[in-house]
Design a protein around this ligand. Structure first.
Ligand SMILES: [Ca+2]
Length: 123
């Protein structure tokens, strides 16, 4: 049986897997945070592990990896969604107020660095 030329000459182009150079666990871009949300980072300047508040309101207790481990915050919430950070010192001490549209980063010497136990976001 004779094969048609087209079959004989057909060239099979191997579907070489396209190698995408995206690491499985990419480091978060600094200050990565969707509009409408406030984001909390364990590192300075919006780096490290990130927690995103799902909606306005108060959050307590924080997850153990986040508690006393927030070093920077960006607030991309709406115009009334001010963020308040609190530290327990026998009472709830407000250690930071972050206005909508602003970001704060606490250096190692900053009072508010790695102290937050409780977060409230105004609605
Ligand atoms: Ca604390």
């Amino acid at each position: 049986m004779r094969r048609p030329w087209s079959a004989v000459l057909s060239v099979l182009i191997a579907a070489t897997p396209f190698l995408v150079s995206t690491p499985a666990r990419a480091a978060a871009l600094a200050w990565e945070c969707d509009p409408g949300y406030s984001c909390y980072y364990t590192g300075s300047s919006g780096t490290g592990s990130r927690w995103v508040a799902p909606y306005a309101g108060c959050y307590y207790p924080l997850e153990s990896w986040l508690r006393d481990n927030i070093s920077s915050v960006t607030n991309r919430g709406h115009s009334r969604a001010t963020v308040h950070l609190y530290n327990w010192v026998g009472y709830w001490e407000e250690i930071a107020t972050i206005a909508p549209g602003t970001s704060v980063s606490y250096g190692s010497g900053a009072y508010a660095n790695n102290k937050t136990d409780f977060i409230c976001i105004d609605s």
